[in-house]
Design a protein around this ligand. Structure first.
Ligand SMILES: [Zn+2]
Ligand SMILES: [Zn+2]
Length: 288
């Protein structure tokens, strides 16, 4: 039994529907951790999900959690890369009669619907944002504190590569988690250990949370060759978790080539810490 299965019955439920980074990873070597790209559904105790972080291909796995009901809630996109948006046209619960989907995205230099449509419209894909469903609306996400679907959400910009990228801190009824799926702290400097700077935005998002979900696409030893890809190392995720005094760390956004065996070995090799740690698995549920 993983530590996360012992945290039961509190205010917030996190459902990991896609945990892979960059591009889907189907195949026999990826069955345990899963191949769908980034998507985490959030619900309050005993309710269907009403908040979704990112619309990667894992978004398809949210629909069963809605039962036969339509999704009524908000989708927050951390940024617009393919691995965070390609599930949007395949969200069954998001088109059932009675659906309401408020999609909020970073759009610093234009209209949100138009910016999303640059990558989601012909000839790239047969349908555009306006075809997703009549109950869909599109809005600009900005830094700061927001009340979204009854959650208190802090949005902060974090360094990544190729477009404005946000990290989130979500709080409800005494529970809290942070989500930094794509994070390149080296862009702000090497930090004390050469892993990247423990910068103010990351520390504010993660400070004291029950669960920190963090980019762990690469191992420290794979740098500096992979630095240009705009991600963090597992070691940085651990340093941030310690500095921010989090209760637990979930390693997320696994490299598409990282096999089940390799991810398990990666976690087993980590030194004992002041916080619990695991690698995100598709289908994993944490109640906090
Ligand atoms: Zn990504
Ligand atoms: Zn990205």
């Amino acid at each position: 039994m993983g530590w996360y299965e012992r945290i039961v019955g509190r205010a917030v439920r996190l459902i990991f529907c896609g945990v892979r980074g960059s591009t889907p990873a189907p195949g026999a070597e990826f069955l345990r951790y899963g191949g769908h790209t980034s998507c985490v559904a959030v619900s309050k105790a005993g309710e269907a999900p009403c908040l979704i972080l990112d619309g990667g291909t894992g978004l398809r796995r949210v629909s069963p959690w809605c039962g036969d009901e339509p999704f009524r809630g908000t989708v927050l996109l951390s940024h617009l890369h393919w691995d965070h948006t390609h599930g949007l046209p395949f969200f069954d619960a998001g088109v059932r009669p009675g659906h309401r989907v408020t999609l909020l995205l970073p759009a610093p230099d234009g209209e949100p619907m138009e910016i999303l449509g640059r990558g989601l419209s012909p000839p790239h894909f047969p349908i555009g944002p306006e075809d997703l469903g009549e109950g869909w609306t599109f809005g600009r996400l900005a830094e700061g504190f927001h009340e979204i679907e009854g959650f208190r959400v802090l949005v902060r910009e974090i360094p990544h590569k190729g477009g404005q990228t946000f990290g989130f801190r979500v709080e409800h009824d005494g529970s809290s988690f942070a989500y930094l799926s794509d994070h390149a702290p080296l862009l702000l400097g090497p930090g004390a250990h050469g892993e990247g700077k423990l910068h103010e935005a990351a520390l504010e998002l993660a400070h004291g949370v029950d669960v920190l979900v963090h980019d762990a696409q690469y191992l420290g030893r794979e740098f500096p060759e992979v630095a240009f890809l705009g991600h963090a190392s597992v070691e940085y995720a651990c340093s941030l978790a310690e500095a921010a005094a989090v209760r637990s760390l979930v390693l997320f956004h696994h490299a598409p080539s990282r096999t089940d065996e390799e991810i398990t070995a990666m976690v087993d090799a980590l030194a004992p810490s002041t916080f619990d740690i695991c690698a995100a698995e598709e289908g994993m549920v944490i109640e906090l």
